[in-house]
Design a protein around this ligand. Structure first.
Ligand code: PGA
Ligand code: ZN
Length: 405
């Protein structure tokens, strides 16, 4: 047993330069730190990110250093579920709005990291003691986001993320392929739009296209795959984040209004033309039926993110309506590690795949790589190789997958 002896929260910055919470939990001579990320295209049912009126996070930090510390100091750092239950009860709201989801997830994951240290284990090994979750794959697919749009870039492209997914079980090979693909895409973008455009980097490390339609990023991605000699060896995936361009009952792309049926036809035609592995949030976040209609017409994984917000109740609803075959897992969407693991467990017991994801405002923390690897998740989605805070997570995955061999 190792008692929690101290908890210290302080302010740090995320990759967009915005203030965020860093929490260190001490358990005797061991400690664990988690730096909390922050989303831009957030689902409305996500755990509340507590911010002061000037954008700082001092109230969330105070909540950790006073209320949460008082509640859980002295507890055994290995009692993850009891610690999280205490935090949830102390908060008492449905969306962590009293303490702040950024405060609660900071503590919750820092507790697990400190506990792993106390056991002399890697976080992924320790995580396996906390939950029994059916694996999807030996190592997760790398979801490398190479063309940014929507809320993540100043671009007319409405879909938020266009990803390249190397089809291999080896993380090292996937990263080698990612570098080749990156170079090929650079050449394509520079030739089509100029070197200045090719030098621009979106929030998650992708290229930012100054013009084009929803189809352009798919064409460029397919071209990059072809130029790299990876035809048949690399998938394309998309995160549409459709809530971000849904307005007054229609989807508005470049001034044109599209119905859900129009959009479904668009997805089905993209699926016919390109080698697509998954499509995330293809419709507005409350459109369980539209998700289901599309999922019924394709074998491609339809993925819930804003739809399901790592929330077990929302996932159960999405499973009941046959809306998704995969879900995005973002621990800060729900606010504690135990609830995250519960949602993952539920997903896998119903044969829904989990894709663990970063946020668009990230930190240098690499815990999500351990989370994805520990449970053999379907994917790890953490941007491109053009931004260091994303590379850190892929490199961590490479390291732990080789450790475990
Ligand atoms: P966010 O984007 O972190 O801005 O929510 C990531 C995603 O939607 O998957
Ligand atoms: Zn998303």
């Amino acid at each position: 047993m190792h008692k929690i002896t101290d908890i210290i929260a302080r302010e740090t910055s995320d990759s967009r330069g915005r203030p965020t919470v860093s929490v260190t939990v001490h358990a005797d001579e061991h400690e664990g730190t988690f730096d909390v990320p922050s989303g831009a295209s957030t689902g409305s049912l996500e755990a509340c990110e507590l911010r002061d009126s000037d954008g700082r996070v001092s109230r969330a930090i105070d909540n950790v250093n006073t209320l949460i510390k008082r509640e859980i100091a002295g507890m055994d750092v290995h009692d993850q579920s009891q610690i999280d239950a205490k935090i949830i009860a102390l908060d008492g709201t449905v969306n962590k709005s009293k303490l702040g989801g950024n405060a609660t997830i900071g503590v919750s994951i820092a507790v697990a990291k400190a506990a792993a240290k106390a056991e002399g284990m890697e976080p992924f090994e320790y995580l396996r003691q906390l939950a029994d979750i059916k694996p999807s794959r030996k190592t997760p697919y790398l979801y490398l986001n190479y063309i940014n749009g929507g809320k993540h870039a100043k671009s007319p492209i409405a879909f938020q993320e266009h990803m390249l997914v190397p089809d291999t079980n080896s993380v090292t090979e996937a990263l080698e392929m990612a570098e080749v693909l990156e170079k090929a895409l650079y050449e394509i973008v520079a030739k089509k739009y100029g070197a200045e455009t090719a030098a621009e980097v979106g929030d998650e490390g992708g290229y930012v296209l100054p013009e084009g339609t929803y189809e352009t990023p798919f064409e460029l991605s397919a071209q990059a795959i072809h130029d790299s000699g990876y035809d048949g060896k690399c998938f394309i995936a998309a995160d549409v984040a459709a809530s971000s361009f849904f307005s007054e009952g229609a989807y508005v792309m470049q001034g044109e209004r599209y119905s859900a049926d129009d959009l479904r036809e668009i997805y089905l035609s993209l699926i016919k033309k390109f080698s697509i592995l998954s499509i995330e949030d293809p419709f507005f976040e409350e459109s369980f039926e539209d998700f289901a209609k599309l999922q019924k017409q394709t074998d491609v994984r339809i993925v819930g993110d804003d739809l399901t917000v790592t929330n077990k109740a929302m996932l159960t609803r999405a499973i009941g309506t046959c809306s998704v075959r995969a879900i995005i897992i973002k621990p800060n969407q729900i606010g504690t590690l135990s609830e995250t693991l519960d949602t993952m467990h539920e997903a896998r017991s119903r044969d829904v795949d989990c894709i663990v994801s970063h946020r668009s405002g990230e930190t240098n923390d690499d815990f999500i790589a351990d989370l994805a690897f520990a449970f053999g998740c379907f994917g790890l989605k953490t941007g491109s190789l053009r931004k260091p805070e994303r590379v850190i997570k892929y490199k961590r995955l490479e390291k732990i997958s080789s450790l475990a061999e």
